[in-house]
Design a protein around this ligand. Structure first.
Ligand SMILES: [Zn+2]
Length: 189
């Protein structure tokens, strides 16, 4: 009887301590997937400024993504292998791309792009350049940045855990790449 009471007490204590655990230390599935992805902006000269939930429109809206600031024209890459399911231009997002991977349950959203370098329906590889950082749409008056969002089903989720530990791809601008391949072609002649 005493033993049973002790076991019951142990069970209660562990339940209580579990519910008091800091939610930030809990492992999110996105966090482990993060290491397998590529950071959406190439190069090391980018930084995340406005995070998920930041106030928008004087507090009437919440920011449904993260803003990754970088110089205009910085290459933007596919975070995973997948298909460009939508290529669009909208008043808010400006030049946008939606990337869906058959291996992931979520969809990535890229907004305010200066250039869209892929077509709708195109298959892309992780790390492939798909556009460049800009300030199109409602970002016209702000410094250039990539607005990066993630949808799960029909709702937006915080994209930060998805990219927090994602390795950054080396920045090779599409123009420089073209020049380099021309050079190597010339050399091989
Ligand atoms: Zn944003």
């Amino acid at each position: 009887m005493k033993k049973q009471a002790l076991l019951l007490l142990l069970a209660v204590v562990s339940l209580v301590s579990m519910s008091f655990r800091d939610p930030h230390t809990r492992k999110s599935p996105a966090r482990s997937v993060s290491r397998t992805l590529a950071f959406p902006v190439a190069g090391t000269k980018s930084h995340i400024r406005d995070k998920w939930g930041a106030s928008r429109g004087g507090g009437i809206r919440r920011h449904k993504g993260i803003d990754i600031h970088a110089r205009k024209g910085t290459p933007v890459v596919a975070v995973c292998d997948g298909v460009i399911v939508t290529r669009d231009h909208t008043p808010i997002g400006g030049n946008t791309l939606w990337l869906k991977s058959p291996n992931q349950s979520w969809t990535a959203y890229y907004a305010h792009l200066d250039k869209q370098l892929v077509r709708e329906g195109q298959h892309v590889k992780k790390g492939q350049v798909i556009g460049t950082v800009g300030n199109t749409g409602n970002a016209r008056t702000t410094p250039s940045h990539l607005h990066f969002g993630v949808t799960q089903g029909h709702s937006w989720v915080n994209p930060l855990p998805y990219v927090k530990y994602a390795p950054k791809v080396a920045a090779v601008s599409p123009a420089a790449k073209k020049k380099a391949s021309k050079k190597s072609r010339r050399r091989s002649r």
